[in-house]
Design a protein around this ligand. Sequence first.
Ligand code: 13P
Length: 229
Amino acid sequence: MKPLLIANWKMNPLSLEGAIKISNNLPRDKAEIIICPPFIFIEKLKKILDIGIGAQNCFWEEAGAFTGEISTLMLKLMGVTHVIVGHSERREIFKENNLIINKKIKSILKEGLTPILCIGETKIEKESGETWDVLKKQLKEGLTGVNRDIIIAYEPIWAIGSGIACSSDVAEEVMVFIKKNTFFDNKILYGGSVNSNNVTDYPSFSGFLIGGASLNPVEFNKIIEIITQ
Ligand code: 13P
């Protein structure tokens, strides 16, 4: 099976020209690549590049008085196939809890799209030995009533944007833990400071959720090259 690479661009780049520059030369035949740009670039990128597009967020109601939100149905109508939910930046900055995340996952599945559920512990939780409890709660509450395969991304919060990726051994342990604590045959990704030097450290993962390195076309291409050799 081709490795799955999800590029989470977060709130970057500033212009559509920049977005096209980053994504127009990716070797799409080698890996399954899903670009998750800011909402405002989705429709244009989809049309111009005919590329796999995901969203970084969604709202669970179809339409109505929800100022500032974008519904899962709207995303589907735009050609989005995947939606990231539960990213630590949304949990921390926008106070999204497991209940909200669960509602989002259900709306994504209802529209026939694929959720990418991010789970992960903070540095403090890791150092105080709470990792397993945190991950278990995120999985249990996030996936309540969910009865289909989804994608789960293990993104330890301390590894995101820090340049310090999770060790191969710990990531492997987490992978086993996720499998034990979920019912379906979910794809499991690793995310957190992935780059071309460490991408070979996670051989049993189905792929990667990549932030910073996915904004650098040379580095992103290198990562794809390395994992598809
Ligand atoms: P970095 O790859 O920049 O550490 O970000 C990871 C991430 O948050 C992807 O969702």
